[in-house]
Design a protein around this ligand. Sequence first.
Ligand code: DGL
Length: 249
Amino acid sequence: MAVIGIFDSGSGGLSVLREVVGLAPGARCIYYSDNANCPYGDKSVQFIRERSLAVCRELVGRGADVIVVACNTATSAAIGQLRSSLDLPVVGLEPAVKPAVAITRSGVVGVLATAATLKGEKYLENRQRYADRVRIVERVGRGFVELVESCRLDGDYARKVVSDSLQPLLDEGADVVVLGCTHYPFLMPLMESIAEEQGRKVRFLDPAPAVARHLMEVLGQHGIDPADAHPGVELLSSGPDDSLRRLYE
Ligand code: DGL
């Protein structure tokens, strides 16, 4: 019996929720979008920590046995504090630099993430580890979170916003682009079409499937059976929930 609590600053973590439901269809998942405070990516570490802890306490109050921080920004700012404050397993995620380094042929890896994630200690350490093997080029996906939160996943305006941050990575020769924010996979079809139009073969790495697999391992290690007597998904949010519901459909 398990209740899996999953949260993000907004709808981005739905990309993780979907994978979790795919692997554990009998689980009960409670998803919390802190969209009244979205985006987290340009907020202070202290603010992100306070919100993350408050959201986790809400999930624990609703019976969560495990928490998935389906947000790179919150993981980067708050995972240590969440683990020490909460008496349950906490799973986080970080930009998938290692798998990108393993598959690049051009030797240039692009990373798209929020400003807070790119400044985070863990990311900087990780980046340093591979610096002698590949060139890593980064950009903040400016405006990407807002596009996803307003369900604008295609069209001229979305294409312009996405191109502004993606094109510099393509120009640098990146053939693998790490999507270091859980909102960004919703824009993957648009990114793929921008790259394809230029005759470029680019792989975009979404970490959600690996996070869901890791969650299953963590449940196993803690002897938690993901099947629950009341399977299903409950969507909660701190602000209006229409785009959350639309994106989950
Ligand atoms: N989805 C988030 C992430 O993975 C946060 C985006 C934001 O709120 O800025 O980083």
